[in-house]
Design a protein around this ligand. Structure first.
Ligand code: GLN
Length: 452
């Protein structure tokens, strides 16, 4: 099978099905065919690696040279990135073929994809359900077979939760494992890019391609990238699994719990031992996150002022009018809400009470995980308390924020996490979340692969 044939196959599926799903913001068919032909030529010359010619999609948060990069916002509806993100550069170097840019919550703020300027995405398993968010377009496109894999980003669950809702595998790497250069910043101390695909094995291929130090991101870590494929088949006998008590408490849907416990019992049959552990500060993760993330976002989003790039209002009266109206017209409600919260918590007189306090809580949350990993190798639990909810079901922002109870602490701690499909509840997929200590991606992929 040539890459041109493969690429054409997926482009046709996008053409047939995406009018309904709305998982893509831009489809770059012409560029894809050029890249596919280049990969086919490289293969004919014996110069192609394992990813050469493989189609994939990129969340529309990754800057792509010459291609619109909207971040799901009206603010960037007219923005064509002048350069490639490091992740994109590395994928191109590996010979992958991008089919386009996927839909997402505006500026990655959300858990349902409903905050996108380009409209909601449908869950391929049930058209009245959300695909999750913020990488909902990437998850839906992979689940519907419109593309074999896609890239997402995860600031508080945005890879793992949509992967769970759509029944695919999604990996959030350790903070610093993957360069953030060229990824439109939401909350810089939490953002991390990772693969979303049909299997842990596919994720291993993709992580190997994108991971590693980058001089253009000072928070990327100078540490060798292991061969993530090598460890996939390691036996799990003796693996110590911890089940955090706080991840099985109030608010967890009983059927989701049953699906997760039955997944855990599969690991027991593979020779793993299971014990309960505690992450005592779990309760504070959502409040701490909703101080830190909006604070960083309010600062990051101050660059969208109608001057250098992005949306500019018509006929500004003066500079203040230009700023105000450009931002008022360019940003949606959820983004404005977070800018207001962030500006407030960072302002004089409130900084110590909110931001500084949240940073202290963050340290405690991180320590909870480090303590747990003294006792066990990996943690397991649900990726989300319920399966995908219905479109329009969560109108109150706080009820949306509470969705992220099992994913958000992971970003505050900087550790890696993966969500793998673990059955269905009411016809909607459920995700088993597996967490490891910093830089334990190879182990997470191994554990996920053994389940699949
Ligand atoms: N749902 C969370 C938020 O709205 C996380 C989003 C993300 O990981 N980008 O901030």
């Amino acid at each position: 099978l040539s890459s041109r044939e493969l690429t054409t196959h997926y482009l046709k599926r996008i053409q047939h099905f995406d009018a309904q799903l709305n998982s893509f913001i831009s489809v770059t068919a012409e560029q894809a065919l050029v890249a596919a032909d280049a990969a086919d030529r490289a293969r004919a010359k014996g110069e192609a690696g394992p990813l050469a010619g493989i189609p994939l999609a990129l969340k529309d948060i990754f800057c792509t040279q010459g291609v619109k990069t909207s971040c799901g916002s009206r603010m960037l509806d007219n923005f064509v990135a002048p350069y490639d993100a490091t992740v994109v550069e590395r994928l191109n170097a590996a010979g992958t073929v991008s089919l386009g840019k996927t839909n997402m919550d505006e500026f990655a703020m959300g858990s349902s994809n409903e905050s996108s300027y380009y409209g909601a995405v449908k869950n391929p398993w049930n058209f009245s359900a959300v695909p999750g968010g913020s990488s909902g377009g990437s998850a839906a496109a992979v689940a519907a077979g419109l593309v074999p894999a896609a890239m997402g980003t995860d600031t508080g669950g945005s890879i793992r939760q949509p992967a769970a809702f759509c029944g695919i595998t999604g990996l959030k790497p350790t903070y610093g494992r993957v360069s953030r250069y060229g990824i439109i910043a939401y909350a810089s101390s939490l953002d991390q890019a990772g693969p979303m695909a049909r299997s842990a094995e596919d994720c291993a291929h993709l992580l190997g391609a994108i991971a590693g130090h980058d001089l253009r991101d000072s928070t990327s870590v100078a540490r060798g990238v292991p061969d993530y494929l090598e460890a996939l088949d390691a036996p799990l006998s003796g693996l110590k699994i911890g089940l955090p008590r706080e991840y099985f408490g109030d608010g967890l849907d009983a059927d989701v719990e049953a699906a997760i416990r039955s997944a855990v019992s599969v690991y027991e049959s593979l020779g793993a031992t299971v014990r309960e552990v505690s992450l005592p500060h779990t309760h504070y993760a959502i409040p701490a996150y909703y101080v830190i993330a909006p604070a960083e976002a309010s600062s990051n989003l101050s660059r969208f002022d109608g001057v250098r790039f992005g949306h500019r209002c018509k006929n500004p009266q003066d500079l203040m009018d230009l700023y105000k109206r450009s931002r008022d017209e360019g940003f949606g409600d959820e983004v404005k809400r977070r800018i207001l919260i962030g500006t407030h918590t960072l302002s004089e007189g409130f900084f110590d009470a909110y931001y500084l306090k949240a940073q202290k809580v963050r340290r405690l949350i991180r320590q909870d995980f480090l303590d747990a990993f003294e006792e066990v190798d990996v943690l397991m639990g649900p990726a989300s308390p319920t399966p995908a909810f219905d479109l329009g079901a969560k109108k109150d922002p706080v009820s949306m924020y509470l969705q992220d109870i099992y994913t958000i602490a992971v970003n505050l701690a900087g550790i890696p996490g993966i969500s793998v499909p673990a059955g269905f509840v009411g016809g909607r997929p459920v995700g088993l979340q597996i967490l490891g200590t910093h830089f334990a991606e190879a182990q997470l992929l191994n554990v996920a692969h053994q389940f699949q």
